[in-house]
Design a protein around this ligand. Structure first.
Ligand SMILES: Nc1ncnc2c1ncn2[C@@H]1O[C@H](COP(=O)(O)OP(=O)(O)O)[C@@H](O)[C@H]1O
Ligand SMILES: [Mg+2]
Length: 306
């Protein structure tokens, strides 16, 4: 009997999604006699729960702060327990959109031009606008440095720029990025191998929270992606490179914009959505890997590598 402790919930804005994911995974594994599954929302009692249950592996289904940024991974390391997905360092780097972009640039991976904006240091509006016009150009995207699910990601032009910027003031600092028109393509990697890619065609202005999670938003999922063989090879090579330079483990999903023959990497997600309707499971399914087998592969990877 393999004891698996599923981590779900957490404290980020993606809490509900994580709980939904845990439910689908629990349903898949719980009717399998080989598994003894327990689901927990890691809180102050987490270490106690961990020591009592003594899992063979922890299946991390958390997203965002504390679950995807190296915090929970550090606790799991110190408890010497095997766990799925990326480790402490990769998680901390990948969740930070500024640091990961710096690493991408250093490694010749194309990513949209950007500026980090700190609210308390920037008082001169005219100077900021001129700087943005010179370095980035409008329209542009304002986004938090370490959020997910398109939460608080805004596209804006010169005229609604300050109004939009004010919406994110509580973050203290944000990323201001060049808006890349074109297509939205995402690539899944599992255990250092390419699982596949998918294109998303939102009916909304962009691939925002609604487009991601509300079926009524009717985002079109295109798989296989419509790219020439050469372009597809180029794309998956970049995704694999990003996964490797960030030293990720298990599953990652890299988000790209494709414009004028170039792929722009927005981010690499170390805890990508894993509800049975999420993109990584969809890509896996297209490759004849059932949701259950995908989870099994993720668990296997956790045991092999640690
Ligand atoms: N620079 C950009 N140009 C065009 N669209 C963008 C840009 N940045 C973000 N977006 C849109 O917003 C979505 C979410 O942005 P992303 O950087 O992936 O953050 P999150 O962690 O919230 O997924 C993207 O999938 C894309 O549709
Ligand atoms: Mg994204």
């Amino acid at each position: 009997m393999i004891k698996i402790l599923i981590l779900a919930g957490g404290y980020s804005k993606e809490r509900e999604i994580s709980i939904k994911t845990a439910k689908s995974v629990f349903n898949e594994l719980n009717n399998d006699k080989n598994y003894n599954i327990k689901v927990t929302n890691p809180d102050g009692q987490f270490v106690k729960v961990l020591r009592k249950f003594k899992p063979n592996a922890v299946l991390n289904l958390l997203h965002g702060r504390y679950g995807e940024d190296g915090y929970i991974q550090a606790i799991l390391e110190s408890e010497k327990v095997k766990y799925t997905h990326s480790g402490v360092l990769s998680s901390s780097l990948a969740i930070d959109k500024e640091l990961s972009k710096k690493i991408f640039i250093k490694n010749n991976i194309l990513t949209p031009k950007y500026l980090k904006y700190t609210y308390r240091d920037n008082k001169n509006k005219l100077k900021l606008i001129n700087n943005l016009k010179k370095k980035i150009g409008f329209p542009l995207v304002i986004k938090p440095l370490n959020e997910g699910s398109s939460v608080n990601v805004f596209i804006c032009n010169r005229y609604n720029f300050f109004k939009t910027l004010r919406k994110l003031i509580d973050y203290g600092e944000v990323l201001i990025e060049k808006y890349i028109p074109g297509r939205e393509i995402q690539v899944a990697i599992l255990a250092d191998e390419v699982l596949g890619a998918i294109e998303l065609k939102p009916t909304r202005k962009f691939y925002d929270y609604e487009a991601k999670y509300n079926p009524k938003a009717r985002t079109e999922h295109i798989i296989p992606v419509r790219l020439s063989k050469n372009k597809y090879q180029e794309l998956i090579k970049i995704a694999l490179k990003a996964h490797k330079i960030l030293k990720c483990r298990g599953v990652t999903r890299s988000d790209f914009r494709y414009y004028k023959n170039s792929f722009y990497l927005l981010e690499t997600n170390t805890q990508p959505g894993m509800t049975s309707l999420s993109l990584v499971p969809e890509i896996a399914k297209f490759n004849n890997i059932t949701f259950k087998n995908l989870i099994k592969k993720i668990l296997k990877d956790a045991s092999i590598n640690k």
